[in-house]
Design a protein around this ligand. Structure first.
Ligand SMILES: Nc1nc2c(ncn2[C@@H]2O[C@H](COP(=O)(O)OP(=O)(O)OP(=O)(O)O)[C@@H](O)[C@H]2O)c(=O)[nH]1
Ligand SMILES: [Mg+2]
Length: 303
């Protein structure tokens, strides 16, 4: 079942974001380093392009992502116009991740016309829910000014604070968009906890994740759950995870929902290891497949 999630408060949050963007110089777009394009909100891109604001793509949670995939994504974004990209971790240092403090100097480079005491830089943090926007705000201000929490839609209203020398930083509520075009994106977002629990069936999401992990990260699964992944599919993986974790209903059957939640929790916390759900290459393959399907559904009428 395709996943869609656009709760009511986000319509008002979008309107407010458009107003603030009119007075901002640079957008700091926080993405989840494990799924950068799936976590890239097309509505934010449209708002930003309408105002022609430069963008710093911040691939946050790099401590949880596959470093090789993150390096490929940085290269991908740095080729986009009016854009630069950096990988960071607000939680712990992680190989190729930059410290959050580098963000301000990168924003300055994107808006050199605001390097003036009379025209100080105004930065606006945007992104989908639960990617670490408020955590980044706290890290940059070096104090706890915004509430954070491991669930989507913690921040409900904007907050603008002074960063010194007249520079300002605005934290905004996480924004989703009305229709997620590709089902895979919905699953990646749900697996990474960007989508409210009411819009998601954990078992379906865990089957998607299990399938992806078996294809790309089988050794991590083997090490975490002490299992042999040869000939294993996502259904049998979930059953084995349930067995290893003692997830059973009365009567001794495996509790599939609990097993699904256990796998999702291990991915989300990094207990499985550093996993990326997409790379520029897998993304291109997914889009090409979607194009072929669309062509088959709506064949061209031209000869
Ligand atoms: N592992 C890891 N976790 C992080 C990182 N940054 C933030 N988090 C965690 O991600 C969760 C969400 O962080 P928030 O800062 O509340 O996310 P947000 O984008 O402000 O979310 P909304 O306000 O709901 O839109 C929290 O549990 C943070 O501790 C990071 O770099 N690495
Ligand atoms: Mg927040």
């Amino acid at each position: 079942m395709p996943i869609q999630w656009f709760p009511g408060h986000m319509t008002a949050a979008r309107k407010k974001a458009a107003e603030t963007l009119a007075r901002a110089d640079v957008v700091i777009e926080v993405l989840d380093a494990r799924l950068p394009e799936a976590s890239c909100n097309p509505m934010i891109r449209a708002l930003r392009e309408f105002r022609q604001r430069p963008c710093l793509k911040v691939l946050n949670k790099a401590d949880l992502a596959d470093p090789a995939a993150t390096a490929a994504w940085l290269e991908f974004y740095r080729q986009q116009p009016n854009t630069t990209a950096v990988a960071i971790s607000c939680k712990k240092s992680a190989g190729n991740a930059a410290p959050p403090a580098r963000i301000v100097s990168l924003c300055r480079q994107l808006a050199p016309h605001r390097n003036d005491p009379t025209k100080p830089l105004r930065m606006m943090i945007m992104g989908i829910p639960n990617v670490g926007k408020s955590t980044l705000m706290n890290a940059l201000l070096k104090k706890r000014v915004a509430a954070v929490g491991d669930e989507p839609a913690v921040t409900k209203s904007q907050q603008t604070l002074d960063l010194g020398k007249g520079m300002t930083l605005t934290d905004t509520p996480g924004l989703m968009w009305p229709k997620i075009e590709h089902d895979e994106d919905g699953y990646m977002l749900a697996a990474s906890h960007a989508i409210g629990v009411n819009a998601v069936l954990p078992e379906e999401v865990a089957l998607f994740l299990g399938d992806l992990l078996l294809t790309r990260y089988a050794p991590l699964l083997a090490a975490r759950y002490r299992l042999d992944t040869t000939n294993m599919d996502a259904v049998s993986l979930l059953a084995t995870v349930g067995e290893r974790r003692g997830c059973r209903v009365k009567g001794g059957e495996i509790d599939r929902e609990k097993a699904a939640l256990a796998l999702l929790a291990d991915y989300r916390s990094g207990a499985l290891g550093r996993v990326s759900l997409e790379t520029p290459e897998t993304r291109a393959q997914m889009l090409a497949k979607a194009d072929v399907t669309a062509d088959a559904t709506h064949p061209s009428t031209e000869d």
